[in-house]
Write a protein that binds this ligand. Structure first.
Ligand code: GGG
Length: 375
């Protein structure tokens, strides 16, 4: 029996620096994957929303551009940031409006040690599976609310005062905590750790603690849970990685912890992320967590593994789209698993970029992943 392949329209925003290198590599790998399986196809559209664009025209996304993303099935994002544009401009003109406009309130960041790679943690030398975490980052509010101001408006005046107001809402906290519990339910260790700084920050962080324990009652007996202060959490990640599984934290705390997690797993170059709208009203966005790395951009040496892992997460997410009941969904989940296996085979066989201690370039790693996908 032949069935028509499921078709997905993917909008790629390579962005800046190595974002361009690794997005191109991910598109190639996704193409090989869909050819191999034959049950789904991707139609790619590329948008040049970049710092270069900003310098030439004064904007990253044109007016109405972010709204226009709603017509796609998913967004694949590379990296943003370039030395001649202040980082708060590149974040606030592009990536943050996409996350908030498209209701992508859950940012999911898995971390584990890939075969053939080395963690700096001694606890993982004998047992790499000791580090196997999913960090769930609140992605829509908190410290990234953008409220506050500077008086006088110049940051260079002798007595400048600036405020940075974090906004935490009961609705926003409850939905991300519930999402994290649901994630923990599907994990082998079924453990959730919630991270705040509620000893020092007595309003928003205390609201987080309160709402967390309210939601936790729904999961009593199904998920083990505990609470950490963010400073103590960094110590626990380094000294007792095996005691952690799923972690939920605010926008800023989880951003920092996930960079640490990536470094502890061997390199930030391998770390993926999914910006999800769990309601599936709008497209979700998939991007490696690393930035644009201007120092190695365009040299053919960027690690594309974080981009491939993000692509695998995109395929897994698209498998659950509403038209996918039955074999279509099963085949795509299998394809995502195969891509993850291909990544593991590539690193295990020593085809690694410099950040992982190897000598291969982006193209060699990409070709090796494509070959294993097709095999
Ligand atoms: N590919 C991810 C990227 O470009 N990140 C740039 C960055 O600094 N992002 C900040 C954030 O995710 O909050």
């Amino acid at each position: 029996m032949t069935t028509t392949p499921r078709k997905f329209s993917i909008v790629c925003i390579p962005g800046d620096g190595i974002g361009v290198d690794i997005t191109e590599a991910a598109v190639q790998v996704l193409g090989t994957l869909s050819d191999t399986f034959g049950t789904f196809t991707f139609q790619f559209t590329t948008l040049d929303w970049s710092s270069k664009n900003y310098r030439q025209r004064g904007y990253y996304a044109p007016e109405g551009g972010v709204e226009g993303l709603k017509k796609y099935d998913a967004i694949y994002f590379g990296a943003v940031g370039w030395p001649d544009v202040p980082d708060h401009i590149s974040l606030w003109q592009m990536i943050l409006p996409i996350r908030t406009t498209l209701n992508q309130y859950a940012n999911v960041r898995p971390t584990r040690i890939l075969p053939g790679t080395v963690s700096p943690l001694s606890a993982c030398a004998a047992d790499p599976s000791a580090l196997d975490w999913v960090i769930v980052r609140e992605n829509s509010e908190g410290e990234y609310s953008g409220h506050g101001g500077t008086t006088p408006s110049s940051a260079h005046a002798a007595h400048t005062v600036a405020t940075e107001v974090s906004i935490f809402t009961r609705v926003g906290i409850a939905r991300i905590v519930r999402f994290a519990f649901e994630t923990a339910l599907r994990r082998p260790r079924r453990t959730l750790t919630m991270v705040t700084k509620s000893n020092a920050q007595r309003h928003g962080m205390v609201l987080w603690d309160t709402v967390f324990y309210e939601v936790a009652r729904e999961y009593d007996g199904r998920v083990a849970y505990d609470k950490m202060l963010v400073d103590a959490m960094t110590v626990r990640m380094v000294t007792r990685p095996q005691s952690l599984d799923t972690i939920v934290a605010t926008n800023l705390h989880a951003d920092i912890l996930s960079d640490l997690a990536a470094a502890l797993s061997g390199s930030i170059g391998i770390a993926p992320s999914s910006n999800l709208d769990p309601s599936r009203t709008y497209p979700s966005m998939f991007e490696p967590i690393h930035g644009s790395a201007p120092d190695i951009a365009g040299q053919g040496i960027a690690n594309p593994i974080g981009a491939f892992w993000s692509a695998a997460e995109m395929v897994r997410w698209l498998a659950g789209a509403s038209d996918g009941e039955g074999l279509g969904a099963e085949s795509m989940v299998h394809a995502a698993d195969c891509l993850m296996q291909a990544i593991a085979n590539v690193t295990e066989q020593g085809v690694k970029t410099r950040d992982l201690g190897g000598k291969s370039g982006t193209k060699e790693v990409t070709d090796a992943a494509k070959k294993r996908n097709a095999g």
